[in-house]
Design a protein around this ligand. Structure first.
Ligand code: ATP
Ligand code: MG
Ligand code: MG
Ligand code: MG
Length: 576
């Protein structure tokens, strides 16, 4: 590949909304381009990375005996109604109507469709086990799309679904996938941990998440350095001797009485007019699922945070935005006010939460705010300025570093992770709901035993960057680099020798199957090196007139401090 025939478009500055390094660097490296909140174009440079991820996933899924198919992005609501998930999924599922007013969903996952396929195609136990997978676009209307590809609304997932005749066989299929996942994540060249995850009521211990270790990870994982024990924090907490954290409700009456909008109540209580000037605010705690109540609180806090225009706004008098009554997403509100959706969360229900407001408000502590119902409040809210951002893991959790490991092998450690994969034994949950059966050996119909297995194909590159970067840019592991090696000729336009050597090396490497790019753009060395260091190509060969006279070129790995002179002949050996 020649740079002149490709698109290289790097940026000096990261976009203002890019909070984490992977979002900043992938945007600056010209790999992704934002089209809307949580919706990105995979630009040619980024697509190459995604395709390498897909290739590894595909090879290992095929090796593990899974069969590829592609299920539609747009799926009729009927199937989702069969399992009840059309209602249960809530606002994360994007719904659309066709011209006949029929309901459809954009697939957030595909258990329903694949189970429908199984009940039609897999009639006999003789056809089992089967594992179907796809690498396909998903849509989830995430409460907080953010961090670029990390938490997109539209993203690519590899999702696989296994069908078995009985529980033992299903658990064997699960283990085949868990082993395949280890091979896949080993091949990516990232540091990761497989951790036990909550499998709901059905699965026993058969749910694991694959977490790429990174300080910016949204998940907390708990492990014992002396043993194999590793779990995500939710699972670890559920197992903790002291049980889940108790909810403090004693302060509830102070801020909220039934029938009063909690927003108004909180404002009254704080003695703040709702048009108060609050410039910035951070709410921090862990994930919550109760969208409704959280949203109400966020509406209020957004108002307080606002700029001058927002200060004119009166709560409850916004057209179409009856605060406390109608739900609105942060984006919707931001759009309404013409302001940027800021970092406003996650807000925790039934969890302590810290509010940091840049405003002349006395520092107050441990408030309760949120909704109108007992047990649906934020507890332990701290309201004031200059509060340090809490360590979410240590401060808010029941399990903390140093606690004894459940296997008794030593003290627990806690680190941050990015969930890049998830394997899950489902049992007969979906096959029962959809009456998906096959004929068993005794001639009687039986429900399929199922498992599901996801990999965040577009999240993976972001996780890789979080783990592998420096001040100059990305450092891709070889396996998923957009190009493995870049040839940087110096003065190619002036020196025929340099041009010939660069082209020859390019052709030789390409013939050997090396994913090589020749930078023939004619950029100055400084600009050229800066681009490739930002883009993160792991291997670089620089060719100049002076070195060539001695039969030498310069080789530098992206992690090396300086280049090494090597004879052209030796270079190929070095790269093998
Ligand atoms: P999360 O906890 O991060 O919201 P999840 O548990 O909802 O993820 P799963 O339903 O287990 O996700 O989906 C399988 C995989 O898809 C996840 O392990 C993750 O790698 C990826 N994934 C999920 N949501 C997103 C998203 N919004 N953007 C990018 N990748 C995602
Ligand atoms: Mg999710
Ligand atoms: Mg998860
Ligand atoms: Mg998951």
């Amino acid at each position: 590949m020649k740079a002149s025939q490709f698109l290289i478009s790097t940026l000096k500055e990261a976009p203002a909304d890019a909070e984490v390094v992977s979002h900043q660097l992938m945007t600056r490296a010209g790999m992704i381009k934002k089209l809307g909140a949580g919706i990105y174009t995979y630009m040619p440079m980024g697509l190459r990375v995604i395709q390498k991820v897909e290739k590894i996933v595909r090879e290992e899924m095929n090796r593990a005996g899974a069969i590829e198919l592609t299920m539609p992005v747009v799926q009729p609501a009927e199937l989702w109604q069969e399992t009840g998930r059309f209602d249960k999924m809530g606002p994360e599922m994007l719904r659309i109507k066709d011209r006949h007013e029929r309901d459809f969903v954009l697939q957030p996952t595909s258990e329903e469709v694949v189970t429908d396929i199984a009940r039609q195609e897999l009639r006999s136990y003789k056809q089992l086990p089967k594992n179907f997978y796809q690498i396909q676009t998903k849509f989830r209307d995430e409460r907080r799309p953010r961090f670029g590809l990390m938490r997109g609304r539209e993203f690519v997932m590899k999702d696989a679904y296994s069908f078995d005749r009985d529980r033992d066989s299903a658990q064997a299929s699960y283990q085949v996938m868990a082993a395949a996942y280890r091979r896949i994540f080993d091949r990516f060249g990232l540091t990761y941990r497989a951790v036990a995850a909550d499998s709901g009521a059905i699965g026993g211990d058969l749910s694991e998440e694959f977490q790429v270790i990174a300080a910016t990870g949204e998940d907390a994982i708990v492990y014992c350095p002396n043993s194999d024990y590793a779990a995500n924090i939710e699972k670890a907490e559920a197992l903790a001797p002291q049980g889940p954290r108790p909810v403090a409700t004693q302060e509830l009456a102070k801020v909220s009485t039934p029938g009063t909008s909690s927003c108004t109540a909180l404002a009254d209580f704080l003695g703040l007019p709702l048009s108060a000037t609050v410039k910035s605010m951070v709410l921090a705690t862990d994930e919550v699922n109760d969208y409704d109540e959280v949203t109400k609180t966020r509406v209020f806090l957004l108002l307080l945070r606002g700029d001058h225009e927002m200060n004119e706004v009166k709560v409850g008098k916004l057209p179409g935005l009856e605060l406390g009554f109608r739900l609105a997403t942060e984006l919707e509100i931001a759009e309404h006010f013409g302001c940027k959706p800021g970092y406003l969360g996650p807000i925790g229900l039934k969890r302590p939460v810290t509010v940091i407001a840049d405003r002349e408000v006395a520092l107050m502590a441990d408030w309760v705010c949120g909704a109108n119902e007992i047990d649906y409040h934020l507890t332990g809210v701290n309201w004031g300025r200059d509060l340090p951002e809490p360590d979410l893991v240590a401060d808010l959790r029941n399990v903390v570093a140093g606690d004894p490991s459940p296997d008794g092998k030593g003290p627990l450690a806690i680190e941050r992770g990015i969930e890049v994969g998830h394997v899950f034994y489902l049992g007969t949950k979906y096959s029962q709901a959809m009456n998906a059966t096959f004929l068993a050996e005794d001639g009687k119909p039986r429900h399929f035993e199922m498992g599901c297995y996801g990999i965040g194909v577009t999240r993976l590159p972001a996780a890789a960057v979080e783990q592998n970067h420096d001040a100059r840019g990305i450092i891709w592991p070889d396996a998923i680099a957009p190009f493995t090696l870049v040839i940087c000729p110096i003065g190619m336009d002036r020196s025929e020798a340099v041009r010939a050597a660069a082209e020859q090396l390019h052709d030789e490497l390409a013939a050997l199957g090396v994913d090589v790019l020749l930078d023939d753009r004619g950029e100055r060395p400084g600009a050229m090196f800066a681009d490739w260091e930002l883009i993160g190509v792991p291997h670089r060969v620089t060719i100049g007139d002076k070195g060539l006279k001695e039969g030498q070129v310069e080789y530098q790995h992206r992690r090396d401090e300086a280049a090494t002179k090597v004879a052209v002949a030796e270079l190929l050996a070095l790269l093998k």
